[in-house]
Design a binder for this molecule. Structure first.
Ligand SMILES: Cc1cc2nc3c(=O)[nH]c(=O)nc-3n(C[C@H](O)[C@H](O)[C@H](O)COP(=O)(O)OP(=O)(O)OC[C@H]3O[C@@H](n4cnc5c(N)ncnc54)[C@H](O)[C@@H]3O)c2cc1C
Length: 472
């Protein structure tokens, strides 16, 4: 039996590993095709002289036990390291201020934690939200985060706080994201409250804060990472999958082989092999292209998923003197004095990186809909990174001795999880299931199962388990 996986990012490699695990002895051959010259996709560890340094994802949600168990199964438990726990800042109105704790993705339950970031008028609006009429919420539905929070609390909460936090995860402002698609626990609370009538935002957030307080303590760090970067993960997956991995192999179409009621496939750009099953682990627009002839309806639906571009500038300095004792800084949307959307002070955030000496800083640029990530030259991105860092923190990177630098563009970096996204994914899956010619094609990836590393892994494993059920 031959199985092809298109895309050697986290989803594709995880699926390859899981298929091997489920079929250790069976006669199942897995081929993985990767368009670029390296595996890992949006996980990319670059060999800085000071040590391996991540230029894509740089952490994962460690409260996801399924992910930690998976890394343990891969033999990587000892590689997991915790952050320092230093606080982050947010750049608002020309000042670096404390990023609020509490709330849900920056949405507060009262003005208490955010009053240093909003006007007295907005603070009052937050505190009286529960006294106003609630809003209509359709159980199981979704609405736009920005629109909802603007309506209930006002623009400052969105522009100064929520968009900065969500933007760090999704490369989008709150106005391009859905509540259920990005903050499912809040949507779940709205569902619960809606059963009793109209819903209040502050009540829902307060309820979530309360359940968080009641959770048992001592669960360890919320986020973790890999001591030597994500390469530890993607190289281990590749090796343990036993798959044949072809790099520089751009697959341009899937061609049906044989009859439509027992479909097999050939891949244009792949080996001269007939595949019994194909798993697509590529971004949504590429999946749309690849499904065009075998599943045209699913392909059309997939085209509606849009991607956000971003760029990361990694900088290593000889000294960290003068760099704030914080994990990083987010930039409020609309800030006109800087170009960056965030800085991670990696050597402050991660003790294992601090051990290398000097300072390691990542600057991030680009949100959905802007052209910063692809229309800016490398020189300008580096200049902006150094200038913005100086403006925000007073740390003069040029004087601190810029020793190493790496510019990584992520064109089509992250799918936009807007308020229609979950319905789109469900519809694509249904259309694919209903298409006899695509009976042996599966889909996975960040756009399908969620962008976070644990979510990508969980979806890819589930898909592989399902495929394995149909193998001999
Ligand atoms: C800058 C940045 C920072 C992030 N930070 C974090 C973080 O800290 N924590 C976290 O949990 N998540 C983070 N993420 C999200 C996470 O990294 C991604 O969601 C995840 O890595 C996506 O994996 P994937 O396999 O779905 O997609 P990808 O990594 O995009 O993999 C898809 C692969 O398919 C290949 N491909 C595309 N078309 C073809 C074709 N036609 N033929 C063959 N191959 C093809 C691509 O080259 C790519 O290698 C971050 C993402 C970015 C961009």
């Amino acid at each position: 039996m031959n199985i092809a996986i298109i895309g050697a990012g986290l989803a594709g490699l995880t699926a390859a590993f899981e298929l091997r695990k489920r079929n250790p002895d069976a006669d199942v051959k897995v081929d993985v095709y990767e368009a670029t010259d390296r595996i890992g996709g949006k996980l990319h560890t670059v060999a800085f002289e000071a040590g391996p340094t991540d230029m894509g994802a740089e952490a994962f949600m460690a409260r996801r036990k399924d992910a930690v168990d998976f890394f343990t199964e891969l033999g990587l438990a000892d590689s997991l390291v915790e952050p320092s726990g230093l606080r982050s800042l947010v750049w608002v109105d020309g000042q670096a201020r404390d990023l609020p704790t509490g709330g849900v993705m920056g949405i507060p339950s009262s003005s208490e934690t955010v009053k240093h970031l909003v006007s007295a008028e907005t603070a009052e609006r937050i505190d009286t939200e529960a006294e106003r009429a609630g809003f209509d919420w359709e159980v199981g539905g979704d609405v736009n985060v920005g629109q909802l929070v603007r309506e209930r609390y006002g623009d400052e909460v969105v522009d100064n706080i929520v968009s900065s936090l969500l933007g760090g995860v999704y490369s989008c402002t709150a106005d391009d994201l859905g509540v259920r698609a990005t903050i499912p626990q809040l949507a779940g609370e709205f569902d619960r409250l809606a059963a009793d009538g109209l819903v209040h935002l502050s009540t829902a957030v307060a309820n979530l804060e309360r359940s968080r307080r009641e959770m048992p303590t001592g669960q360890g760090a919320v986020f973790k990472t890999f001591r030597d970067g994500y390469q530890e993960l993607y190289e281990t997956l590749a090796e343990k999958s036993g798959a044949d991995i072809y790099i520089d192999a751009f697959i341009s179409s899937i061609e049906l082989e044989g009859s439509a009621d027992a479909p097999k496939y050939r891949l244009k750009g792949g080996e001269d092999t007939v595949y019994d099953h194909v798993i697509l682990a590529v971004p949504a627009p590429t999946a749309a292209l690849l499904l065009k002839s075998v599943a045209p309806a699913a392909s059309e639906q997939l085209k509606t998923v849009k991607l956000a571009n971003s760029a990361v500038v990694g900088m290593r300095f000889a000294t960290d003197e003068g760099l704030p004792e914080n994990s990083g800084v987010l930039v409020a949307t609309g800030a006109e004095d800087v170009h960056a959307k965030a800085f991670t002070f990696s050597s402050r955030k991660w003790p294992h990186l601090a051990e290398r000496g000097g300072a390691l800083v990542r600057a991030s640029f680009g949100r959905f809909g802007d052209t910063v990530a692809f229309a800016t030259t490398e020189d300008d991105l580096v200049d902006w990174a150094l200038d913005d860092l100086h403006t925000i923190t007073g740390f003069d990177g040029r004087a601190a001795g810029l020793e190493e630098i790496y510019v990584q563009r992520w064109l089509g970096g992250l799918p936009r999880f807007d308020e229609g996204h979950l319905a789109t994914v469900a519809q694509v899956r249904t259309l694919l299931n209903d298409e006899p010619k695509a009976a042996n094609i599966s889909i996975t990836g960040a756009w399908a199962g969620g962008v976070g590393v644990p979510a990508v892994i969980a979806d890819a494993r589930a898909v592989a388990v399902d495929v394995a059920k149909h193998t001999p």
